[in-house]
Design a protein. Structure first.
Length: 204
């Protein structure tokens, strides 16, 4: 790749721009996290992997673990069975199998946002190495029905981005439906639509 293209890519990177303009990042830059009751857990390691990222008296942000599967499945099924998705998961087992497949991906990475020890937001995805840099593809992102539109999705996405950015990831990518609240949510959070891309499906 020519040097100019590399420079253009990094200078126009949506993730970087988003964090640079983001209020939360200002807190990180100003080292004022402790004033807000948020702590970074450097010592919470398992097999060399950091598991808990941020915590305060009212929330916890951590890496997904298999122990979260059942609670995440319940949440996933109730969120996507509701407006505007109306997905028709026939059983909890079917939804659990779907999530198990995502989690079984060797490049899987997941994040959990909890309030009062209950999971209220989930981000499940996978890492991708590409010629444009390390990218994180969000397979599923959801906030508990009763907690939507309260800023939790924005906060979770900020924390996911912060952790991934620190790990050397420069892009977030995802697929979503047009003209639903999720589309405006992502646009508001610094994503743009790649007009050159299309989704293609062949059914048998
Ligand atoms: C989309 C979602 C993740 C956003 O998280 P959230 O915590 O509800 O969103 P936030 O409160 O942080 O952000 C609010 C913004 O998101 C959009 N939004 C979220 N929920 C909305 C709703 N029910 N109606 C209209 N806009 C909504 C709006 O742009 C809103 O901005 P505004 O408050 O200035 O109008 C969450 O609503 C959700 O889980 N929805 C159902 C599952 C889903 O669609 N997931 C994404 C699939 S790719």
């Amino acid at each position: 790749m020519p040097i100019k293209t590399i420079k253009d890519h990094f200078s126009s990177n949506p993730l970087k721009n988003h964090f640079e303009s983001n209020v939360l990042m200002e807190h990180f830059k100003n080292n004022s996290l402790k004033n807000h009751g948020i702590y970074f857990f450097n010592d919470n390691m398992e097999n060399g992997v950091l598991n808990q990222f941020y915590s305060s008296s009212n929330f916890e942000f951590r890496r997904f673990s298999w122990d979260d599967l059942d609670e995440c499945t319940q949440l996933f099924k109730s969120v996507f069975s509701a407006d505007p998705w109306y997905d028709e998961w026939t059983s909890l087992d079917q939804a659990r199998n779907y999530l198990k497949e995502l989690i079984g991906n060797p490049v899987f990475e997941g994040f959990i946002y909890c309030e009062n020890s209950n999971i209220v937001a989930v981000c499940l995805g996978h890492r991708r190495s590409g010629w444009m840099g390390n990218e994180f593809f969000i397979d599923e992102f959801f906030v508990e029905n009763n907690k939507q539109s309260e800023g939790i999705g924005t906060k979770t996405l900020d924390l996911v981005g912060k952790v991934l950015f620190d790990m050397g990831y420069t892009r977030l990518t995802l697929l979503t439906n047009k003209s639903i609240p999720a589309e405006s949510f992502y646009l508001k959070n610094g994503f743009y639509t790649n007009e050159k891309r299309t989704v293609m499906v062949k059914e048998f």
